[in-house]
Design a protein around this ligand. Structure first.
Ligand SMILES: [Zn+2]
Length: 270
């Protein structure tokens, strides 16, 4: 919510009239997902990879201590609240289906990535691609989780053989129901530049997860798809920001305050 507010600060008064005047003229939004999902108020669909590095200072504002079963020997971990809530639901559903899941890794700070990367560099004498470049880890979003079954918590390291386990197959089939996607798919290695990781699930919210898994997309492909759609929407005369504000107004979800400079500030609730 804080983020959304900040984005709308300092809109001039004239925008109010601009919106009402233009509301009827918005082009159709026929992307399969709601505009608010794509607008990403909560930063649930944020992409982190080698070409979309997260800022060294980026720390999610709503990290909580994880409350699901942890792999033995793994200390306290953190995830963003929505991801932890969803993970609890997924672990619960897995239990009901007869599977016991274990969380192995969750939020990873920029500093931790930097230390891991530098240690690897020192050991190998070069970047061998096996440790994420600082800022490129999906774990820095606080939405990525490495999840194993018991047998694999006892092993040293992980590999794609995990995909053959009943737990991995159950997660692949059901993760979207809880808002998770398989972040690094086997046939998307060329796109993600990351090897198949059948244990790494990423929270994106239920609507996006259902779409992404149904269409078998990497987060990179999904990002390109919605960004192209927004560009096309604007090329058709639409204004994405105005659309979001207008839709919030329609459902009476905008609070307008006047700041110290006499400008209107918009806070959107959704
Ligand atoms: Zn991972």
């Amino acid at each position: 919510m804080r983020k959304a507010t900040a984005r709308f600060i300092c809109f001039a008064l004239s925008l109010t009239f601009l919106i009402s005047a233009r509301a009827a003229a918005f082009p159709d939004w026929d992307f399969p997902l709601e505009p608010e999902t794509v607008y990403d108020f909560d930063q649930y669909i944020t992409l982190a990879n080698r070409s979309h590095l997260l800022d060294s200072g980026y720390v999610p504002g709503d990290l909580v201590k994880t409350t699901v079963r942890r792999a033995s020997g793994v200390g306290a971990m953190e995830l963003r609240k929505a991801a932890n809530d969803a993970l609890n639901e997924m672990f619960e559903a897995a239990s009901e289906a007869g599977y016991t899941l274990y969380l192995k890794s969750a939020y990873r700070s920029y500093q931790t990535q930097k230390t891991m990367y530098n240690n690897r560099l020192q050991k190998m004498g070069r970047d061998d691609g096996l440790v994420a470049y600082p800022g490129s880890s999906d774990h820095q979003t606080g939405l990525g989780a490495d999840i194993l079954n018991y047998a694999w918590t006892q092993k040293d390291g992980m590999n794609k053989e995990f995909a053959k386990t009943a737990e991995a197959q159950w997660m692949l089939e059901h993760c979207h129901e809880f808002g998770f996607i398989l972040r690094y798919m086997e046939d998307k290695e060329d796109i993600t530049s990351i090897k198949f990781e059948p244990w790494h699930f990423r929270y994106v919210g239920r609507e996006a997860a259902a779409y992404i898994m149904e269409n078998h997309l990497s987060l990179e492909e999904f990002t390109e798809e919605w960004q192209n759609y927004v560009a096309d929407y604007e090329a058709r005369g639409g204004d994405f920001h105005e659309l979001i504000i207008w839709r919030a107004r329609v459902r009476d979800a905008v609070v307008v305050n006047v700041n110290e400079y006499g400008e209107e500030e918009y806070s959107i609730f959704y």
